[in-house]
Design a binder for this molecule. Structure first.
Ligand code: GLA
Length: 391
């Protein structure tokens, strides 16, 4: 048994009285390599699951109670609820994520016959843009499937997770995070068309380079960010464009067609938002093509361009992410660097030649602390599989 598993099992026993009949599960976090803020615009994304994520230890109860404990929020102690207490939009702490998924299962006719004791431990930094919440959602779905024998595919786990986040947690997120986590595959990124959910696995062979994540340590949640505002700006721009061109989403446009019709968007800010969505989708297509052709340098250039567009047109980076990425661009051996996830804080993702990783961490770390006043945290990550029983 791994040290981590022994640690969560003994914590379960300590918190919930005894450790009999428990089972442990794991769901990863994710990092998006390119294709940001395209998933709710009918565009493409290119994320991958990580080997870090969330472990859950679960045991069925004989009554309808739900008892939750997170080792990441120990100060909250055991949070009690029940299968009769689902209130969309009502739960204010981390338990809103597992509760939301249980509620979403029920909405689909999969009612839990009894309650659960559930302990979670995550080694993804919370609120960092690596999808700790989607990881908890997919993990909860995988636990319910296994504990109660519900017949749901991994892809459905992703859709249920997104549904719960949209309608229980009232965050209008797209499908990328839950999909990347539920469908994760070791050493592969997922090239997903969010308009159709068609996807392909693309092997990530970085030949002597590493994926390095730098966490700004500026916390944020999607609920308190401008995420929903960006989404409605894009929806409004789309409806203005639809008056002059026959499209279903911004993802239907290439750069040339966008520029031809962009004048139909009445407001400069909305035009910039839509421009990002269109160009970023096209960049994602080009990036995957470059990777397939073995052109990692081009992939890196497109990552850099993605950051510039997120900074200038979409305006979701902020001083912290800009400091991380702009410092990264100066380090020899950096192939590409950009913010990842929703933005407004969270992490950057960089592809760095192996021999440059140490100097990368040192120089970006120093530049960041000097500019922002506190330290960033660095993770050299590996691409891992989707949800599973944890052994
Ligand atoms: C968050 C959302 C995703 C996606 C990204 C931005 O992670 O949950 O659906 O929109 O932001 O690309």
């Amino acid at each position: 048994m791994s040290e981590l598993k022994a640690m969560v099992l003994s914590k379960f026993e300590e918190v919930f009285g005894d450790g009999k009949d428990v089972k442990a599960y794991f769901a990863p976090g994710r990092v998006n390599l390119i294709g940001e803020h395209t998933d709710y615009n009918g565009g493409h994304v290119f994320p991958c699951a990580l080997t870090i994520g969330t472990i859950g230890v679960a045991r069925k109860r004989e009554d309808r109670k739900l008892r939750f404990f997170s080792m990441n929020f120990e100060e909250l102690g055991v949070v009690e609820s029940s299968l009769d207490a689902f209130v969309p939009g009502g739960d204010k702490n981390w338990t809103a994520y597992p509760m939301g998924v249980m509620w979403a299962f029920e909405q689909r006719g999969m009612e839990m016959p009894c309650g659960l004791d559930l302990l979670l431990y995550g080694n993804i930094p919370n609120g960092s843009g690596l999808s700790s919440s989607a990881s908890v959602e997919v993990l909860t779905g995988a636990i319910l499937r296994d504990q109660f024998g519900f017949e749901v595919s991994n892809q459905e786990l992703a859709l249920i997770g997104q549904f719960s986040e949209n309608h229980y947690n009232l965050v209008n997120c797209g499908i990328m995070d839950q999909f990347a986590i539920a469908m994760g595959k070791k050493d592969h990124a997922i090239f997903l068309d969010t308009a159709t959910l068609e996807f392909e696995y693309a092997p990530i062979r970085l030949d002597g380079a590493k994926i390095v994540i730098a966490c700004s340590n500026k916390k944020r949640g999607l609920g308190d960010s401008k995420y929903n505002e960006r989404r409605s700006e894009c929806e409004m721009a789309l409806s203005e464009l639809q008056k002059v061109v026959d499209i279903k989403s911004l993802g239907d446009l290439d750069e040339v067609t966008f520029e031809k019709y962009a004048g139909a968007i009445a407001d400069d800010v909305r035009r910039k938002r839509a421009r990002h969505a269109v160009y970023e989708n096209q960049r994602t297509l080009k990036a995957v093509k470059a990777l397939r052709a073995g052109d990692l340098e081009e992939f890196g250039r497109l990552m850099n361009a993605s950051h510039v567009s997120l900074r200038d047109d979409y305006e979701v980076t902020g001083p912290e992410l800009d400091a991380l990425v702009e410092a990264a661009w100066k380090v020899p051996g950096v192939i590409g660097s950009r913010m990842t996830g929703a933005g407004f804080g969270g992490c950057s993702v960089s592809i760095v030649k192996e021999e440059a990783v140490q100097s990368f961490i040192q120089s970006v770390g120093e530049a960041y602390e000097k500019k922002i006043g506190y330290a960033a945290t660095f993770y050299v990550v590996e691409i891992g599989d989707g949800p599973r029983v944890y052994i």
